[in-house]
Design a binder for this molecule. Structure first.
Ligand SMILES: *Cc1c(COP(=O)(O)O)cnc(C)c1O
Length: 418
């Protein structure tokens, strides 16, 4: 057992659904990302089913993995989207997603992005400051439109996660304090081109406990009740994303328990509930497949130098994040304690430290839980073309993004004329 659904061993060889990862590596080359359609579908359906009869909209957070095949898959399942740029909006539209089910988050929306989103008639702008609200009101006025808005409230709760992905503390750059939100909602006449339709929060990512979510939703509920008592009509309550996944020994709540707790905590709310899950929909539905280039044994360490690097999967270098690394072919010979590193010229270029593996040159490894914030955070550092992406559906293999070429990387560069 690998411990990762849809990625499992058959006769000591790692498969995704009914396809051998060795076959994918040989046919399409490495490094490449491999996703399971069944895993993606099951994760979405777990969210959807847990809402039971509650009116709801799941807005997949596009930044976790923005490949249009993945967006299209979720759109077909009925998903909405949470975007953080105009580029992500264009991806949603290209993938057949519904702008009318799309919310637009982010502290620094550019006026061009606001115009694009107003033209597309998105569901809602999650506005993160008064300054942004003033600009949005003006843009909507110029376009003869009314902009639907949720204020993103910063509920000041500790998400107890990595500081880089904690967003709901008052010292973070995100959202406005509840007191400011209350004052803005009381002065809606100052914003004639804004329609205040919702209330929103998002406290961070990779949360492994329910408590911070419940604290935040409690604070949102209080604010909602205050606003309603003042006669404001709110159409939806958006509780953000952030549910964690298991990378190694974390024990995050299940999707079902998480949604049930949110529903229970907001029992008295008549409005539609929105959530913005990213990682928990895609994280454990994808892996990064890589090949061992060289084994290097020094007096201090044993290194497995692989063909994937920090430009392909940035999370270990950026957050010191842990990803399980599994051999595609299990073998019984003696294991060593490997530093699994990439070819990039930085000591921070590692995929895993101190991994007990039995390896030979040319072996393939699967870096697990790489479906979220993997490809979407990748770069071309060291002029490395970005990896191919593959989606497996039962016994079918679909290439959903070709490997980049070096020519593509240099296509827009120019030398000086003299
Ligand atoms: C990143 C983000 C999400 C998704 O977070 P996950 O931890 O991937 O679920 C949701 N909402 C907003 C506003 C975000 O910035």
């Amino acid at each position: 057992m690998s411990g990762f659904p849809e990625f499992d061993y058959r006769n000591n060889e790692l498969f995704v659904e009914s396809v051998s990862l060795k076959q994918i590596a040989r046919e399409f080359g490495t490094p490449c990302y491999v996703y399971s359609r069944a895993a993606l579908t099951k994760a979405y359906q777990a969210f959807d089913a847990a809402f039971a009869n509650r009116e709801h909209l799941i807005c997949y957070a596009v930044k976790a993995n923005s490949n249009i095949a993945i967006l299209n898959l979720f759109a077909r399942l009925g998903s909405g989207f949470d975007i953080v740029s105009g580029g992500e909006l264009q991806r949603v539209i290209k993938a057949g997603g519904d702008p009318g089910k799309t919310v637009f988050s982010g502290v620094g929306k550019h006026v061009d992005e606001m115009r694009m989103a107003l033209n597309a008639n998105i569901l809602c702008f999650n506005v993160e400051s008064e300054a942004e609200l003033i600009v949005l009101n003006q843009i909507a006025k110029d376009m003869g439109k009314i902009a639907p808005v949720s204020l993103r409230v910063n509920p000041d709760v500790d998400a107890k996660t990595h500081p880089y992905i904690s967003t709901g503390l008052k010292e973070n750059k995100f959202g406005v304090p509840a007191s400011v939100a209350e004052r803005i909602y009381q002065s809606t006449q100052q914003y004639p081109h804004i329609r205040f339709t919702g209330l929103d929060c998002h406290i961070g990512s990779q949360l492994t406990e329910l408590e911070p979510f419940l604290q935040a939703s409690h604070k949102m509920l209080n604010l909602l009740e205050t606003l309603q008592s003042q006669g404001l009509s709110i159409e939806h309550l958006d509780l953000g994303g952030g549910l964690g996944i298991r990378y190694t020994d974390e024990t995050p709540p299940s999707i079902k328990d998480y949604v049930s707790a949110l529903c229970a905590g907001t029992r008295t709310v008549k409005q539609r509930l929105l959530i913005e899950p990213g990682r928990s929909l895609v994280g454990n539905s994808g892996i990064l497949l890589t090949r061992v280039e060289y084994l290097k044994h020094t007096s201090a360490r044993d290194f497995a130098i692989v063909d994937a690097a920090m430009n392909d999967l940035m999370r270990p270098a950026l957050y010191d994040a842990y990803h399980a690394i599994l051999p595609v072919q299990q073998n019984a010979s003696e294991a060593r304690n490997y530093q699994v590193v990439g070819p990039v010229c930085e000591t921070g270029d590692f995929l895993g430290h101190d991994r007990k593996l039995s390896l030979n040159d040319g072996d393939f490894l699967a870096v697990m839980s790489a479906g979220a914030y993997g490809m979407s955070m990748s770069s071309n550092y060291n002029t490395r073309p970005r990896a191919a992406e593959i989606m497996v559906d039962h016994d079918q293999i679909h290439i959903i993004r070709q490997r980049e070429t070096i020519d593509q990387l240099m296509a827009d560069e120019r030398v000086l004329p003299q």
